[in-house]
Design a binder for this molecule. Structure first.
Ligand SMILES: Cc1ncc(COP(=O)(O)O)c(C=O)c1O
Length: 345
């Protein structure tokens, strides 16, 4: 039985075109900035995002950490959402490795943080306070049902930040999902941010890698930090080759993942014992709650897996599903049938 793996869009495998590009890639030593394929990927990414320069990193986590460390010195403060991936799922790297202090404010269900709350969180000059250096946004917002932040919202945060002399970092791991869902150029969503982290290995299906984008000066500093973190890779064109295919050929098809996520949510909404909110699904992420008290969360996962479906457990009675390349309408319908069968047991 082949598994329908809805745990994450990171489980996607490279396409045959990516494998071909990897095989053919021109290579060099990227620590000397001499890998032509990496240089091309970085140019493609910077151009797509409307930024001066870009840098390939190993993962989204390394991309976010590199950016935070390039923006902030020890003891400085970052404002970020209480549901953000950087806060919840990146092992506290900014504090552990950078001595950077997180200042958490609530994420609203649409992935935003209220402007008034951001403004109130910015420290005034006082010897008791750390200096606020950075605001982090996440688009799409993983824990908020894959919500897409609009260009207008990002512009408003950027304007608030600029007034107080603070930088903005955008965790745009799924920013192409946001651009496709909102029907806008990804540049609009990145405009004004001082750094953006985009992932190649999620919905875009490349095997490894993220790219951070920013000004030439910022990327120069980030390059040094990437080296410090052990992220200076040598013939990384092997990775970059698939990344170029991802950026040039895999963005438009994300719309299919979004339609499938909606179909999945609508199918699940009709199953007794489960609840979800189909109207909140605008990209490729949805959450379901197990309301049937007959099963523990572990039993539910086990029974579902026996029927060929994997989802991820994100909290008591709560599970996350992501649609992605390789999951089509037949897999969606089979997953709905498997869920129904578990609940009817
Ligand atoms: C919003 C967001 N940011 C960052 C990351 C980290 O990416 P990686 O797993 O490549 O470190 C993830 C991973 O799923 C994510 O969802």
């Amino acid at each position: 039985m082949s598994m329908i793996d809805l745990r994450s869009d990171t489980v996607t495998l490279p396409t045959p075109e990516m494998r071909g590009a990897i095989f053919q890639a021109d290579l060099g030593d990227d620590v000397f900035a001499e890998d032509p394929t990496v240089n091309r990927l970085e140019a493609v990414a910077a151009n797509l995002l409307g930024m001066e320069a870009a840098l390939l990193v190993v993962s989204g986590t390394m991309g976010n950490l590199t950016c935070v460390l390039a923006h902030c010195a020890r003891g400085e403060e970052v404002i970020l959402g209480d549901r953000s991936h950087i806060f919840l799922n990146e092992a506290g790297g900014m504090s552990a490795l950078g001595g950077v202090f997180p200042h958490i404010i609530p994420n609203q269900p649409d992935g935003t943080m209220r402007l008034k709350e951001i403004e109130a969180a910015v420290r005034t000059e006082n010897i008791h306070f750390p200096h606020t250096r950075l605001i982090c946004l996440e688009n799409t917002h993983n824990r908020c049902y894959g919500a897409a932040l609009t260009a207008e919202y990002t512009a408003a945060v950027v304007s608030t930040a600029k007034k107080r002399g603070i930088s903005v970092h955008l965790d745009g791991s799924r920013i192409f999902n946001a651009a496709v869902a909102l029907g806008v150029d990804v540049r609009e969503l990145a405009r004004g941010a001082d750094s953006v982290n985009i992932c190649l290995s999620k919905g875009l299906a490349a095997p490894v890698g993220s790219v951070i984008c920013g000004s030439r000066e910022f990327i120069g500093r980030a390059r040094r930090i990437r080296k410090m973190l052990g992220g200076g890779m040598r013939q990384a064109g092997i990775i970059a080759a698939a990344g170029i295919v991802a950026l040039e050929g895999m963005v438009d098809r994300l719309a299919e993942d979004h339609r499938n996520a909606r179909r999945l949510a609508e199918g699940i909404a009709g199953i007794r014992g489960l609840s979800t909110e189909p109207d909140r699904v605008c990209t490729n992420i949805l959450y379901i709650d197990l309301t049937d008290r007959r099963f523990s969360d572990e039993e539910f996962l086990e029974r579902l897996e026996k029927r060929g479906v994997r989802v991820s457990h994100t909290g008591p009675s709560r599970f996350r599903m992501l649609t992605h390349h390789g999951i089509g309408v037949p897999e969606i319908d089979a997953a709905i049938a498997a869920l129904r069968s578990v609940l009817q047991e």
